[in-house]
Write a protein that binds this ligand. Structure first.
Ligand SMILES: Nc1ncnc2c1ncn2[C@@H]1O[C@H](COP(=O)(O)OP(=O)(O)OP(=O)(O)O)[C@@H](O)[C@H]1O
Ligand SMILES: Nc1ncnc2c1ncn2[C@@H]1O[C@H](COP(=O)(O)OP(=O)(O)OP(=O)(O)O)[C@@H](O)[C@H]1O
Ligand SMILES: [Mg+2]
Ligand SMILES: [Mg+2]
Lengths: 223, 223
């Protein structure tokens, strides 16, 4: 379902070039829960942004469902990002002048098969807070709104950048179980960046990234 | 050195009142490294904001170095926040149109006994990136700039809100060792919110907060 072939991503800053990712190749099957591990600055967010069509690779191919998305432009790219992808950003990117419920509804409006916003906010433990604005919520509560927004789109591919970074281990576990359940029930493919090794044990596949390239891939037959 | 006496903090949202913190009392000695643990939404950030003078309690006393800071107004409050406190916010709050070095220098300019910005950025592992802007850095790299900015002020009291949330365990450990070292050498008091139980073991004291109040206090004689 997802195939990265020899991906390279450079950032040119004046006279300096930063090789964020190079010689990066891996495959992910449909319906899999895959975890990406790696130290700070390894290139994890860069890889996730490339898979989600938020950025373009400097070289190499990204093939999703048989189509090269690195060649997408304009309308095709917008349609891919809107309909196929649910994204939980590392810094949430909530709309600050909309309530928790409105933030989730906004994502549902652009998606044909979306789920019910209130139900998803209940599932992440925020039924009491749906009419609050992001600044009235704690860090972990804001993160849970961002997770609800991505799941409610009922996407084919869910990309999560440290979705439980601001959560305590109990709350984090409940959120992961929700992701795992959604993944199984709707055959959604999930790619998740984390530093939490307990989460890595729940995944079908773990891809370890170091200095911008794949360091090791571990297959887990009984997650 | 720090004494919280029966602290209460309410947020009034129209007809609803949220009791973020109530009946919260504890003491912290000078030079101690204290960790605050608790689930998402427990009131940890609220307590840290109150100690740092970023917000006012609804009721109760906050006494730092024998002075009631909850009664501070205007100039006294600004002086307290500038000279005594180093703050690592949960969402970094870096100035986006300044480089990493300029962000740290800005904090040093307002402080009489500040340390050398370049040296501190080197100690957090960013000597190659000091001339980059926040958007050019990864999540963990931005967090390390925020940590360097707080330490470089050479404050009496360092308040950190999940300072290693975006870091892998190796990078996180190096940062904590830096904080522990700074704490010992300069007799700086450090209060640190975290979900990482390994960090809690490094502290002199652990304060567990649940539903807005102190649930348990653990003293650790050999951190
Ligand atoms: N400005 C505000 N208006 C209304 N409620 C608020 C406000 N700030 C915080 N709260 C509420 O107060 C409670 C405590 O929030 P706080 O940010 O202190 O939690 P926390 O322990 O830091 O959680 P996390 O681990 O998720 O960051 C939460 O239920 C939160 O929703
Ligand atoms: N816009 C940019 N311009 C220049 N360099 C960048 C840019 N974005 C990322 N980088 C660099 O590319 C490298 C990889 O960044 P990336 O954000 O993918 O790391 P990461 O693995 O997600 O790290 P973290 O765990 O700290 O979030 C880093 O060294 C970073 O500084
Ligand atoms: Mg990242
Ligand atoms: Mg918080």
């Amino acid at each position: 379902y997802i195939e990265l072939k020899n991906i390279k991503k450079e950032y040119v800053l004046g006279a300096v070039t930063i090789n964020a990712v190079e010689h990066c190749s891996f495959e992910i099957e449909k319906g899999e829960l895959v975890v990406i591990l790696g130290p700070s600055g390894a290139g994890k967010t860069t890889v996730l942004n490339l898979i989600g069509g938020m950025d373009k690779p400097t070289d190499g191919h990204i093939i999703i469902d048989g189509v090269r998305i690195d060649e997408y432009k304009g309308k095709d790219l917008v349609k891919y990002r809107r309909n196929d992808i649910g994204f939980v950003f590392q810094f949430y990117n909530l709309v600050h002048n909309l309530t928790a419920l409105e933030n989730v509804e906004l994502a549902c409006q652009i998606c044909p098969d979306s789920l019910d916003p209130k139900t998803i906010l209940e599932q992440v433990g925020l039924s009491e807070r749906i009419d609050n604005f992001p600044y009235q919520l704690s860090g972990g509560e804001q993160q849970r709104v961002a997770i609800a927004r991505a799941i409610a789109k009922n996407p084919k591919l869910l990309l999560c950048d440290e979705p439980t970074g601001a959560l305590d281990s109990n709350t984090g576990k409940k959120i992961l179980e929700l992701l795992q359940k959604t993944c199984h029930e709707t055959n959604m493919t999930t790619v998740l960046i984390t530093h939490n090794l307990v989460i890595a044990d729940m995944a079908h596949k773990v891809i370890k990234i170091k200095n911008g390239t794949v360091d090791e891939i571990i297959i887990n037959n009984h997650p």
